[in-house]
Write a protein that binds this ligand. Sequence first.
Ligand SMILES: O=P(O)(O)OC[C@H]1O[C@H](OP(=O)(O)OP(=O)(O)O)[C@H](O)[C@@H]1O
Ligand SMILES: NC(=O)CC[C@H](N)C(=O)O
Ligand SMILES: [Mg+2]
Length: 506
Amino acid sequence: MCGVVGIVGCSTVNQSIYDALTVLQHRGQDAAGIVTIDEQNRFRLRKANGLVKDVFQEQHMLRLQGNLGIGHIRYPTAGSSSPSEAQPFYVNSPYGIALAHNGNLTNTEQLRDKVFELARRHINTSSDSEVLLNIFASELDKFPTYPLTADNIFTAINQVHQIIKGAYACVAMIIGHGLVAFRDPFGIRPLVIGKKVIDNQKTEYMVASESVALDILDFEFMRDVEPGEAIYITQDGQLYSKQCANNPQYYPCIFEYVYFARPDSLMNGVSVYQSRILMGQKLGQKIAREWKDIDIDVVIPIPETSCDAALEIARILNKPYRQGFVKNRYVGRTFIMPGQAERKLSVRRKLNANRIEFEGKNVLLVDDSIVRGTTSEKILEMVRSVGAKKVYLASAAPEIRYPNVYGIDMPVASELIAYNRSVEQIATAIGADKLIFQDLSDLIDCIREQNAKIHHLECSVFDGKYITEGIDANYFDALEHHRAENKTIPPNRESENLEIYNEGQY
Ligand SMILES: O=P(O)(O)OC[C@H]1O[C@H](OP(=O)(O)OP(=O)(O)O)[C@H](O)[C@@H]1O
Ligand SMILES: NC(=O)CC[C@H](N)C(=O)O
Ligand SMILES: [Mg+2]
């Protein structure tokens, strides 16, 4: 799950984009990038592997001049984690376009060949986002006039919606025009827009993956970008918007509410925090109903995402809630780290059990989700070693049995701990005395209760139903094959040759 941001400002935007990326860091820890447009209408780019704070040093910030810019933080789902696939991407024709993408396309391979044959465009990486950018560029290229009108841009996006499949929330900039943002016709990935009025005169606009980015920059939340909708803000701050999809429908990703998004974000009219509170309440009620004879002494969250739900479970069960684990604040999110070996090591470095809360007790541990089981396996081992008597585990999300193809890196079912296992078998595999999962209908209600406009949610990891066409056994075989191929390429973290060298001393 990546994070995107775009700002059309009245003054230099580099610091604001940097700040926005730091609060979106929980969506991707692998790479970061910013591109701005300077006064001479040139792109200024910095991107590399690493956290935002490591990627941008003073000399890069000096390079990023201009009042218009976009930024990206990456959690790879396609291609590799090579710095050459860090975003934003750039093409020089037509006009000069830069684009950043959150999501994952599901027909990338077919499109890669088509783009070459029909539009004579060369794709130089294995990134789906580079394909997306070239399709957008080739649609814009069909208009012979300069400058493009808002309608030209919206027509191009309507075509893009018909050509590409999958999930995408994008921000882009076109030289000589301004900022463009669009969201896929199912609204799988999130995107919001906000504004800030400067000196009672001019309006600055900002689009971002999550509303929390608007909050910290004092932008006023306007609304979600609708599924299929496109926004065009000219470089002098004129805003246009249009529904560009032929049959848009709300199918937002349910996993944003379970794990990905920050709790203080408002997404599709739904508070992420409130969703997690409701998840705790519904799961607490299920435990009270189904585990009448189970003797629980204390409820303990597995930090950090599960804390809000765990507190509600404790309240409903009328048991003490304790912070039994200490989290190392310098270790990031383990699930979005690349490679299983690194994830395993990081769980141990990140969490340590406080013996006093476990010794001789029957504990109910709570996690927001159990995906590969990396966290729960390690945690269970740890709490046993500090003397827990019985260890029960509750997951605020249902069993994850199916791969994700829309921007969460879990493309192979066999990597999932719940794949082909019953609840009892999962409990045995991770070493829990008892295990309970949220029901999918309850999880869906946690979100829908807050916005009746959402009739459906994208729940494929739980129910195996994919909303876009062509997701079948052949698709997954090809994906698995690709992934195996990519694993054999040694990671190259060298980012020296990625920048656009147009700025003299920087
Ligand atoms: O079963 P797994 O494959 O281990 O994945 C699930 C775990 O990973 C996530 O935690 P993470 O450390 O990424 O972030 P958090 O601090 O926000 O909870 C999630 O909250 C679960 O704890
Ligand atoms: N998680 C995401 O949104 C990833 C975006 C894009 N598919 C990439 O791999 O760079
Ligand atoms: Mg966690």
